[in-house]
Design a protein around this ligand. Structure first.
Ligand code: PEP
Length: 264
């Protein structure tokens, strides 16, 4: 069984003080909620402070990006070793990075290699633009993104993929559960072809794009969808807590687990 995962991408929001306040509220609200992986991805500058607060918590820490080189003269960049020192997860290839920072498939591939080398768990983002969706090119686009991102990479169950249609990110216009399930099923099929049926069954695939506490159920009740990557709504503790709790109820309708299912 794939453990559901709800990850909050805080993007370029929160000062260190605000991040500390937000994570404290999240931890208080999620104390006894197990069986769902909960990941927060604050800005780099808050990672160390947030890590301290997560010591006794089942909430896990992720970064939003990294550079693929290990160290050296790359002013302003953060290396995989630095991220791995603090975090377990890292978002790679978010559409905002592809769009505003010219991240190509080749760069995403280099980053993924670097991430896996240091033992971080990548959350690889893929998804089509509105105009691609409108002309029925979704399958072609996500297939090419998978191919270029994963080229030469030994994929295992540690890989997490987030299907995030760009037209749904930050727009308030989420895909429907059915649409997302269909594309995620397709992505799982591509993983099976690129690797194996077994790996395709293990890899967690999330939906992302205007997910909130009001629509999370529509996504996590779908067969192929293993959770969500959430931007805006993850900045409100109450929303994040509710999304995790609803996911727990949907995944374990009769016997909720009494302890987390993953050994970290
Ligand atoms: C995201 O940033 O990955 C995202 C899905 O944002 P939002 O939830 O705000 O659409």
């Amino acid at each position: 069984m794939r453990i559901p995962l709800i990850a909050g991408n805080w993007k370029m929001n929160t000062t260190v003080g605000e991040a500390v306040e937000l994570v404290n509220e999240i931890c208080q609200g999620l104390g006894g909620v197990v069986g769902v992986d909960k990941v927060v991805c604050p800005p780099f500058i808050s990672l160390a402070a947030v890590k301290e607060l997560l010591k006794e918590s089942s909430v896990r820490l992720g970064a939003q990006n990294l550079y693929f080189e290990e160290k050296g003269a790359y002013t302003g960049e953060i290396s995989p070793l630095m991220v791995a020192d603090l975090c377990e997860f890292v978002i790679i290839g978010h559409s905002e990075r592809r769009q505003y920072f010219d991240e190509s498939g080749e760069i995403v591939n280099k980053k993924l290699r670097a991430v896996l080398k240091v033992g971080l768990k990548p959350i690889l983002c893929i998804g089509e633009k509105l105009e691609e969706n409108e002309v029925g090119r979704t399958e072609e686009v996500v297939t090419e993104q998978l191919r270029s991102s994963l080229d030469g990479i030994d994929c295992s169950g540690a890989m997490i993929i987030a299907y995030e249609p760009i037209w749904a990110i930050g727009t308030g216009k989420a895909a429907t559960g059915r649409q997302a399930n269909e594309t995620i099923g397709l992505i799982r099929g591509k993983i099976a072809k690129l690797y194996s049926e077994e790996i395709a069954r293990e890899v967690r695939i999330l939906y992302g794009g205007s997910v909130t506490a009001d629509n999370i159920a529509e996504f996590v009740e779908q067969f192929e969808i293993d959770g969500a990557l959430v931007g805006g709504a993850s900045l409100k503790a109450g929303q994040f807590i509710s999304m995790v709790k609803q996911t727990q109820e949907i995944f374990y309708p009769t016997n909720p687990p009494t302890k987390d299912l993953v050994e970290w």
